[in-house]
Ligand binder design. Structure first.
Ligand code: NAD
Ligand code: USQ
Length: 387
């Protein structure tokens, strides 16, 4: 297949590009390097050094003989988006290219507006490019488990059958997200479902849980192929941060009592899920939803697992929760769609945490410990950014 990967310079887009290239697909990536720009804005950076995109692509070609195409530009620019889709003529578009940090979206008005405009307008431009150029293209769009929030009922896979006053219908599962970032994914999902309904395009919405891990078999082949690994309080995600804190001898920063339960998934499973979604496309007119997570753990369970595996003494600190979120709630998620397509999950294991500890020790000197402290406060309309 010809697969266009939007956001192909990012934490997940880059390993997915390599995985799909190795699987025999003809791959091109699109990015505007916004993610590298946020690092400059916040004075932080990936723990593991990453090469410029062009160096990564050349290294992959040198090692495997495979070409990965590259388009540099912004998806909120409709002309650019149309140009890329016309020029590459993809069968499938995998869309990772959004501002993805909840705390970044909650800094202040400017960051909230940027997040929603970037994410919603970029996705609308992609939908129009598909509808106008080739409605047969399959859109595989990254969504998020956090769009559902923590309802007091089981979370279904995107859709729910309801009965109301004696009548029945199948509707999109109700959403109750916890940040302006997560809300941008809800808006995207509605726009995509609408496009499937009115234009008959095909789409898969992957409501992904929190990703952990740093290596895939492809990125591990050469340091030049490494993907990013974030630790700061704005972009670093919870399990990745806990491992880095453990190595540095810093307390693990559990927000509140740590009873919040989240769906998680390892990076090797992410790239495999993307392959399964691409190779088994949705039908024309179908808005297909998968819950892309492999297990659920509370934040406290994640901290305790890291503390148990780390050979050094680890302390767990409960910080006042900077977010507004439930810390004790029901959480039971249906996530059978990708398993039915053949996913064999890697569950959180001691071996994986040990390998992350090794990677972290190698680059520990690059950490700025002050960037670990959360500064974005959900209860205030305006917060100082990290540092
Ligand atoms: P990332 O920030 O590392 O990658 C996103 C990439 O998209 C970046 O390289 C960025 O420069 C690019 N981008 C952003 N806006 C763009 C635009 N307007 N035009 C062109 N390029 C643009 O993020 P990630 O962690 O790789 O996440 C990828 C996707 O997966 C996101 O949509 C995110 O919401 C979703 N997701 C991530 C996680 C996670 O734990 N990392 C979990 C669930 C869902
Ligand atoms: N948390 C802590 N301590 C920390 C960091 C986080 O207790 O040091 C807690 C948070 O309060 C939250 C949970 O851990 O309850 C998850 O936080 P996170 O920053 O790891 O993840 P989140 O903000 O939900 O966002 C991440 C990605 C986002 C993706 C989402 C998947 O940044 O792109 O969409 O995970 S999900 O959570 O399923 O929506």
């Amino acid at each position: 297949m010809k697969i266009l990967i939007l956001g192909g310079d990012g934490y997940l887009g880059w390993p997915t590009a390599l995985h799909l290239s190795e699987a025999g697909h003809d791959v091109a990536v699109v990015d505007n390097f916004a993610r590298r720009g946020y690092d400059h804005e916040m004075g932080t950076g990936s723990l593991v050094p990453i090469e410029p995109l062009q160096v990564r692509i050349r290294a992959w070609h040198e090692l495997t003989g495979q070409f990965i195409g590259c388009y540099v530009g912004d998806l909120t620019d409709a002309e650019f988006t149309h140009h890329v889709v016309r020029d590459f003529e993809p069968d499938t578009i995998v869309h990772f290219a959004e501002q993805r940090a909840a705390p970044y979206s909650m800094v202040d008005r400017k960051h909230a507006v940027y997040t929603q405009v970037n994410n919603v307008v970029g996705t609308l431009n992609v939908l129009y490019a598909i509808a106008e150029i080739n409605p047969d293209i399959h859109l595989v769009k990254l969504g998020t488990m956090g769009a559902y929030g923590e309802p007091n009922i089981d979370i279904e896979e995107g859709w729910i059958e309801i009965e109301h006053k004696g009548r029945k219908d199948r509707v999109l599962f109700p959403k109750r997200p916890g940040s302006f970032y997560h809300l941008s994914k809800v808006h995207d999902s509605h726009n995509i479902e609408f496009a499937c309904r009115i234009w008959g395009i095909r789409a898969t919405d992957l409501n992904q849980g929190i990703v952990y891990g740093q290596q895939t078999p492809q990125t591990a082949r050469d340091d030049r192929l490494a993907t990013r690994y974030d630790y700061d309080a704005v972009f670093g995600t919870v399990l990745n941060r806990f491992v880095i804190q453990a190595v540095l001898g810093l307390p693990l920063t559990v927000y509140g009592n740590g009873g919040q339960v989240r769906g998680i998934i390892e990076i090797r499973d992410t790239v495999r899920c993307l392959q399964l979604a691409c190779e088994n496309p949705a039908a024309r007119g179908e808005f297909r939803v998968f819950n892309q997570m492999t297990q659920s753990l509370s934040v406290m369970q994640m901290a305790q697992t890291v503390a148990r595996v780390c050979p050094d003494k680890v302390t767990i600190e409960h910080l006042a929760n900077p977010r507004v979120e439930e810390e004790r709630h029901h959480y039971n998620v249906v996530h059978s769609g990708l398993l039915e397509l053949g996913l064999e999950p890697h569950l959180l294991s001691d071996t994986l945490i040990e390998s992350l500890l090794v990677i972290t020790k190698r680059y520990a000197h690059r950490v700025r410990p002050e960037a670990m402290i959360p500064t974005v406060d959900w209860r205030r309309a305006s917060s100082p950014i990290s540092l």
